[in-house]
Ligand binder design. Structure first.
Ligand code: NAI
Length: 703
């Protein structure tokens, strides 16, 4: 099957991984740490080996394989580069976002390179590391693409400055695999033989971990957090139990070149190694080169945002109409001008804009001000706001519309032209301003709460439309002392609620480092928490065919209303997915009926011909033999010839390839619960014969 060239540039689904100190220690033991470097193995003052990074996002390699449709039979991990931005904490959640950036063609019979790049963020908000991973597909060359640019590493012609000898144990892969890479090649003697090796081989990334420890011990002893970059090429396989040495040349301040050599054979196992090290970069988040628009920035919260954005390097458009608290009056240039003057006096860059966000021309003009003055727009904070509180019966249409016009239409008017620029440049950060009153309700504010909640709806769709273009859209619900709240908040509280307390959250959501989109945060006085719609697990009242009675709703209202085990959805598809799942055989069984095991193996083969795609089978002549072990298993084969498919029980005389699987794993794979690639790399799916032909299955059947 050919490489999927369309996968280049398409973001992977974000990968999240929770980990604890025990995962950190298990990895350290897997790469040979022990009492001699107890800092990596003891939870007291525990330190994380920086190469733990790639082990903990190992699934990204699977993503690269899956999305590129590389031929599994010829896959090797070619090169690995890691750039360390911040030390890895000993526990937390990592979120990884990435994509395939390049596919290079080395030529027919010489293979192809698929390069995947990803950024990993910690739940503490810090960007931890960037991984650039090159997968070599031995069997995928000749697709007509460009060859990869040459990367030369010239080693000094002298003795190395350090040689670190190690002796990985003969059982090393058995420990290392527990950190994530459970590919059978490193554990299963039969599988290893089938793949052409005497016995299971070391994981390349395990040897890489040994090298990382060696580099730290030699160059920055006891300070793994000073590792800045580690790059290398995997050049030869290694059997467990073979002694190795990491040879290191210091080439300049903060930089070394390195190799790992099999001490017994003299073979270079890892080549072209580069290691850079130095002080941990300062954590300051900057906006240099970024252009920000803040609406309503002449006072209150908007002013605090504008000043801090400019202090951190952004060029700022300070928009403010300068009207009264209820939006009345002709407006005045003074508030926006004063903020611009303050920014300039402090050495920053800013321009004033006095347009009204409530009109479409005003919105266009605000964005035009950014384009004219600074050439682009990267950041937009929709902050302008007014209040016209009245209890509902007294809420006249002019009060209703005035508030909706500024908050909701205002956000629409400015965001639309700004979003067009961001989409074009494939970068943007947008912050909406809602309110706790909108999220939870407040007497006398029907106009304001309706508008504020509508902004959450605007964000919900914009986050989806912006996702592909790295435009992140989030919302804050601030609480701060300002003109809007001076007679709303009790005086003692008012004193404590400086707008500057809100700035860190609003500005972090505008930063490149921001890993989230579509989230809502309550912010005030240094207290920050996320607010979300939780959806409860609900209750299935009928089989989906007959209409339930009203009385059924009444009887089940407790269950229907329960938010126990509720969860937030990212989009409507997740919600519909749960709706469909509620009627799956498994759910029906959980509810006390139906077939617990889902479709049987025989059922799957019985309906396999229905999912055959004849249009994809022109010229294909292939026989897939299945040997399914365990309960309900047996032998089946599918024969495809002249765009027709026959499915038969039993054994075929001349299968093109044979797929061996346990019945449970097979049903999981065929019902979409177990990705085929994962089944293969974990050894749950064994393929004998022509492995390349087996990859046609995905093309020929709608699985
Ligand atoms: P503020 O009254 O101090 O600042 C709002 C600014 O927006 C004013 O300078 C005003 O001239 C400007 N503005 C109003 N209408 C405009 C228009 N049509 N075009 C351009 N500029 C306009 O108020 P504050 O407290 O700083 O509010 C900022 C945002 O935060 C508002 O959206 C508000 O609803 C929201 N908010 C504030 C809370 C608080 O506790 N202060 C609570 C919840 C939400």
């Amino acid at each position: 099957m050919a490489l999927n060239l369309e996968a280049v540039g398409q973001p992977f689904a974000p990968l999240t991984k929770d980990y604890t100190w025990k995962d950190v220690v298990l990895y350290a033991l897997g790469v040979g740490a022990g009492f001699s470097d107890l800092d990596y193995c003891y939870e007291k003052d525990l330190k994380v080996i920086p190469s733990f990074s790639i082990a903990s996002i190992f699934d990204i390699l699977m993503q690269i394989g899956l999305e590129s449709k590389i031929n599994l039979a010829g896959v090797l991990h070619g090169e690995q580069e890691l750039i360390f931005h911040n030390p890895i904490p000993v526990e937390g959640t990592m979120t990884t976002e990435g994509k395939i950036t390049h596919m290079y063609d080395k030529g027919e019979g010489r293979g192809a390179l698929v390069v995947g790049e990803s950024d990993t963020f910690h739940s503490n908000g810090q960007k931890l590391f960037t991984s650039i991973c090159t997968v070599f597909g031995r069997l995928d060359g000749g697709f007509g693409g460009e060859n990869a640019p040459k990367k030369e590493v010239t080693f000094p012609d002298r003795e190395p400055d350090f040689t670190v000898e190690e002796a990985p144990s003969a059982d090393q892969p058995l420990i290392y695999r527990l950190s994530g890479d459970v590919f059978s090649l490193h554990v299963d003697p039969e599988f290893a033989k089938m793949s052409g090796f005497e016995k299971p081989i070391m994981h390349g990334l395990c040897t890489h971990g040994f090298a990382c420890r060696a580099l730290i011990n030699a160059l920055i002893p006891g300070e793994p957090e000073k590792a800045r970059r580690m790059a290398c090429r995997f050049s030869k396989t290694l059997y467990p139990g073979m002694p190795i040495k990491t040879v290191i040349w210091k080439t300049e301040d903060g930089k070394a070149l390195w190799r790992v050599i099999n001490t017994e054979t003299g073979d270079t196992v890892i080549d072209n190694g580069i290691f850079e090290y130095g002080e941990v970069p300062k954590r300051e988040i900057r906006y240099d080169g970024r252009v920000a628009i803040v609406t309503g920035a002449g006072a209150g919260l908007g002013k605090a945002y504008a000043l801090e954005l400019a202090r951190r390097g952004a060029k700022v458009v300070v928009n403010d109409l300068g009207g009264a608290r209820d939006g009345s009056g002709d407006g005045s240039a003074t508030p926006a001008d004063e903020v611009v003057n303050e920014i300039k006096a402090a050495g920053g860059e800013a321009v004033a804009n006095y347009d009204n966000v409530a009109t479409a021309e005003g919105g266009e003009n605000i964005v035009k001000t950014a384009l004219d003055a600074f050439g682009t727009v990267d950041i937009l904070i929709n902050n302008a706001g007014i209040l016209r509180d009245k209890s509902f019966v007294k809420m006249t249409p002019d009060n209703w519309h005035a508030v909706l016009n500024v908050h909701l239409q205002g956000a629409y008017n400015v965001t639309r032209p700004a979003f067009a620029v961001m989409k074009e440049k494939a970068y943007g950060r947008i912050v909406m301003t809602t309110s706790a009153a909108g999220l939870y309700g407040n007497f006398g504010q029907t106009n304001y709460t309706a508008a504020k909640m509508a902004l959450v709806g605007l964000m919900n769709t914009l986050k989806i439309e912006g996702k592909k273009y790295d435009v992140k859209v989030n919302t804050i619900a601030p609480v701060a002392a300002s003109r809007l709240t001076e007679d709303v908040l009790p005086p003692e509280l008012y004193e404590k609620l400086k707008p500057e307390f809100v700035t860190p959250m609003a500005l972090f959501l505008c930063s490149e480092e921001c890993p989230v989109t579509g989230n809502v945060y309550n912010v005030g006085m240094g207290f920050y928490n996320r607010a979300a719609f939780l959806t409860g697990p609900g209750s299935v009242l009928t089989d989906g065919q007959s209409i339930p009675e009203l009385e059924d709703v009444k009887d089940n209202l407790g269950k229907i209303s329960s938010l126990d085990k509720g969860k937030p959805y990212f989009d409507v598809n997740e919600q519909i997915g749960d709706l469909m799942a509620a009627f799956s055989p498994k759910a029906a069984d959980d509810a006390g009926g139906g077939d617990a095991a889902g479709p049987s193996v025989a059922d799957i083969f019985g309906s396999l011909a229905d999912s055959f795609k004849p249009e994809a089978a022109t010229g294909v002549d292939v026989v897939f033999q299945y040997h399914i072990s365990g309960d309900g298993g047996g032998d089946w084969y599918t024969a495809i010839q002249n765009s027709t498919c026959t499915v038969e029980a039993g054994k075929h005389d001349k299968p093109s390839c044979t797929l061996k699987m346990d019945a449970g794993d097979f049903t999981a794979m065929m019902t979409g619960k177990l990705p085929a690639m994962q089944a293969y790399t974990s050894g749950k799916l064994l393929i004998e014969g022509d492995i390349m032909k087996s990859q046609l299955i995905e093309k020929l059947f709608k699985l």
